[in-house]
Design a binder for this molecule. Structure first.
Ligand SMILES: Nc1ncnc2c1ncn2[C@@H]1O[C@H](COP(=O)(O)OP(=O)(O)OP(=O)(O)O)[C@@H](O)[C@H]1O
Ligand SMILES: [Mg+2]
Length: 362
């Protein structure tokens, strides 16, 4: 068991001038489940491969526990990796697939059998040990790939989009299995996904990357409640947070007829004429038609989900038509074409600098 430290770790691919991963700084606690998330090309796999030793580190350092592993070959790092294409050996049984790394390492047969059987029990694969991979479902194959990593009893698990070959329903059940398995084994894990829902549901903490730069590393709750900047605000949450550019007036911020509180210091720190106000779809209250607060939203589309519904509409804010998404109760669904008065709930609004993207509100 061990901590993992990215200490200003940088990767610049040959022939490129821009780092794919730029001075990445994260300290991962012993036993923690850390999820790296971000859009395609942001540097998630590169970060993981640097930790695995599959990619050179051009600046900074990487440590596992108190060992500096920056320039150690992969085999000396005591890690096990589960990839998206877990590529099981088709001609070997499940048991042989799971024990292969131990066999290469020269572990004796009885010992291998014991470790494979233990892992199979944990993963509910006991009855499949003598089958070939082609006789397994996608989810079972995925568990064999996990089993291969588990039998090695590494200090750190690395997983790069291990669920992306599974269908939507299986992904949801398997992600719960992986998260609970990780908690049971207590092995420090770095998990890569581009899916923010997967990130929030699985991680003890989540690190958001964009263009090789770490945007925020935080618990799922803090990430959702206090996104550090406009990018994180728009990336985490589905449907996305409503982000509306509004003028700054007299040191205050107006969202339609509602005043959004923001500390004076924060506003005076920016010379911007406008700021961006963020409100999540579930943080609007529906007001009476005669309300002089908030904004009037013309309903364009309603997406019913049973328990609740998302209203996609248009509102006039600061003299411009803006698209807004509002979550309403499943039994209070407005008609298409009607008008809905909504007020951003106090304490649930976010204010960002439009020019730098930095969070200005508390
Ligand atoms: N071997 C390579 N040589 C040169 N550039 C590379 C190489 N591998 C990746 N890159 C570039 O580095 C950047 C980061 O790539 P990386 O694979 O880490 O992204 P990612 O976040 O894992 O994306 P995805 O979600 O699509 O898997 C991208 O711009 C990519 O084009
Ligand atoms: Mg990748």
């Amino acid at each position: 068991m061990a901590t993992v430290t990215f200490d200003k770790a940088t990767r610049i691919y040959p022939g490129s001038t821009k780092p794919a991963v730029d001075a990445l700084d994260i300290e991962i606690a012993d036993g923690e489940f850390l999820v790296l998330v971000g859009p395609s090309g942001c540097g998630k796999s590169t970060s993981l491969r640097m930790l695995a030793g599959l990619e050179d580190v051009n600046g900074g350092a990487i440590r596992i526990g108190d060992r500096d592993v920056t320039h150690l070959p992969p085999k000396d790092r005591d890690i096990a990796m589960v990839f998206q294409n877990y590529a099981l050996y088709p001609h070997m049984t499940v048991a042989d697939n799971m024990g292969f790394a131990l066999k290469i390492a020269g572990v004796n047969k009885a010992e291998i059998r014991k470790k494979v059987e233990e892992a199979a029990k944990i993963l509910d694969l006991t009855e499949y040990l003598d089958r070939k991979p082609k006789a397994l479902s996608g989810g079972q194959r995925q568990r064999v790939a996990m089993g291969r990593a588990i039998v090695r009893e590494p200090q750190v698990f690395l997983m790069d989009e291990p669920l992306s070959n599974l269908d939507a329903k299986l992904r949801v059940s398997t992600r719960t299995q992986i998260a609970s398995l990780q908690r049971r084994l207590g092995i420090t894990t770095v998990y890569v996904t581009h899916d923010q829902v997967e990130a929030l549901t699985m991680g003890d903490r989540v690190a958001v990357l964009k263009d090789g730069l770490l945007q925020q590393v935080d618990t799922p709750r803090n990430m959702y409640d206090k996104p550090a900047n406009l990018f994180v605000a728009g990336f985490i949450g589905s449907p996305a947070m409503n982000l509306v550019e509004v003028p700054v007036t007299d040191g205050g911020v107006k969202f339609g007829n509602s005043v959004v509180p923001v500390q004076r210091d924060a506003l005076s720190a920016t010379s911007d004429k406008t700021v961006t106000v963020g409100v999540r779809p579930e943080h609007f209250d529906v007001a009476g038609a005669d309300s002089d607060q908030g904004v009037a939203v013309t309903v364009n589309v309603v997406e019913e989900l049973g328990s609740d519904a998302f209203v996609y509409g248009t509102a006039q804010i600061g003299g411009e038509a803006k698209d807004l998404v509002v979550r309403v109760g499943g039994r209070e669904v407005p008609e298409k074409g009607s008008t809905l008065h909504v007020v951003p709930r106090s304490g649930e609004t976010h204010v960002f600098s439009t020019s730098t993207g930095a969070r200005l509100s508390d």
